[in-house]
Design a protein around this ligand. Structure first.
Ligand SMILES: Cc1cc2nc3c(=O)[nH]c(=O)nc-3n(C[C@H](O)[C@H](O)[C@H](O)COP(=O)(O)OP(=O)(O)OC[C@H]3O[C@@H](n4cnc5c(N)ncnc54)[C@H](O)[C@@H]3O)c2cc1C
Length: 401
């Protein structure tokens, strides 16, 4: 970040996510925007082409305290608000969704410790995550359990002051590059949801192995892979919350992390809109820039409006009792906008939109995953409808009372 790190620029008290951006927060946004434009954007096409994890981008984030934005000062962070995490993810994703995801998954993998960790666990793990020395991962999905996460088969058996983990996870972001994995496993396989517990597993624990890393459509620089546990002994001190609380914790984490994926989607949508606008101003057909053809102008106007609409919803996305419903709505809306808008950007560029030399084809491929991970958009709709039914039942009961 030219001249100033996130730590240096963040001299304000923690704010509610509902507050508008302060001057200092706007300054941070400008700093991350400059970092994204000058240092990350020039790497984005190559990261996509080589499909190699961008350790140089991680180093850049470490140097500029970007990871620190996610953590409180007492754990080595800069004490920013949840809103600033979203701003950082959006700004990075405008130019490189893989780089935005590095920050989003650092948050996803840290939230279990931030929300449910004991003071000892927070002191033990968070400082190394705040500096970026360690990357984190969140391991819920298994080959037979994605949307139906309670059907997981990985087990954890207590043995004195340890748990022994056996089984495996699939599609884990940061597999092989993370030093810390928050893992969900069944401590009581007969008890369904209530039999799941969550653990912090360090990557160098004996019995922990990395399996296949998947080739994929987009976010190619991000690793997505299998992890295995074969008699993997984890200290009982690494249990998050109590035994049987894992499913509640997994869902609580997703309530907080889904806005991060929404921010990734919004970044992709805005990045594609900005690129398509620039292109449409300079590309001429029938004697004038295509931006002056009404059909193209209308598409650009719709794309920009969708982005603004999504941003408005995202800025509301961190409120108390309605968090589950709002974060599902934000994730659903922003990522559907990402898919639609990046597809339109490809259309505006015509044949050039379809070839790899222009970034909108990568953005369209990257956008697809935002509708799938951290709960597919079908699952978000189910969550929203379920919360609506709960609310209407509660108001009905209040009426009767
Ligand atoms: C690149 C990538 C990164 C990922 N990163 C992580 C990670 O870091 N950690 C992690 O734990 N997981 C991760 N995942 C897993 C991801 O969250 C799951 O793939 C996703 O939740 C869907 O699960 P599934 O693939 O098993 O699909 P399924 O659950 O088999 O769903 C298949 C289809 O059926 C639909 N469907 C399922 N159930 C219902 C229902 N009840 N009603 C209506 N429709 C339904 C789904 O929406 C989907 O369209 C990642 C996946 C990918 C591809």
């Amino acid at each position: 970040m030219p001249g100033l790190s996130a730590r240096a620029a963040l001299h304000w008290s923690p704010l509610s996510a509902l507050d508008p951006l302060t001057d200092e927060q706007r300054e941070i946004r400008e700093l991350v925007r400059a970092l994204a434009r000058e240092r990350v954007a020039p790497r984005a096409a190559e990261i996509d082409r080589t499909a190699e994890f961008p350790w140089d981008v991680v180093a850049l984030f470490r140097e500029n305290d970007v990871f620190g934005v996610l953590y409180d000062e007492e754990y080595g962070g800069v004490g920013a608000s949840a809103l600033m995490t979203l701003v950082v993810i959006e700004e990075l994703s405008k130019v490189c969704a893989t780089s935005g995801l590095i920050v989003a998954v650092q948050e996803l993998g840290s939230l279990g410790i931030k929300l449910e960790g004991t003071n000892e666990q927070k002191r033990r793990f968070l400082p190394r995550l705040a500096s970026g020395e360690w990357l984190a991962a969140y391991a819920l999905t298994e080959p037979g359990s994605g949307s139906d996460s309670a059907a997981m088969r990985t087990t954890a058996r207590r043995d004195r002051d340890e748990y022994i983990l056996d089984g495996g996870k699939r599609f884990i972001t940061n597999a092989g590059v993370a030093s810390l994995y928050v893992v969900f496993a069944k401590t009581d396989p007969a008890a369904g949801h209530a039999g799941i517990s969550s653990f912090v597993v360090e990557a160098d624990t004996p019995g922990f192995e990395i399996g296949r890393i998947e080739p994929k459509m987009g976010i190619k620089g991000s690793t997505t892979g299998e992890i295995f546990f074969d008699g993997c002994r984890v200290p009982a001190a690494n249990l998050l919350g109590g035994e049987g609380e894992g499913f509640r914790i997994a869902m609580r984490i997703l309530d907080r992390s889904r806005p991060g994926i929404a921010a990734q989607g919004l970044g992709l949508a805005q990045g594609a809109t900005d690129y398509a606008l620039d292109y449409a101003r300079s590309r001429e057909t029938m004697g004038k820039p295509i931006a002056e053809h009404q059909l193209i102008a209308g598409m650009l106007a719709d794309m920009e409006t969708s982005c603004e609409d999504a941003r408005g919803l995202l800025d509301e996305g961190d409120t108390g009792p309605e968090l589950t419903k709002l974060s599902a709505m934000v994730k659903l809306y922003c990522t559907d906008v990402a898919m639609a808008v990046t597809t339109d950007a490809v259309q505006i560029l015509g044949g050039y939109g379809y070839i790899s030399e222009f970034p909108v084809e990568r953005m369209m491929r990257d956008a697809k995953i935002t509708q799938i991970y951290e709960g597919t958009n079908q699952i978000q709709r189910i969550v929203i409808a379920r919360e609506m039914l709960k609310e209407s039942r509660a108001s009905l009961l209040a009426g009767i009372g």
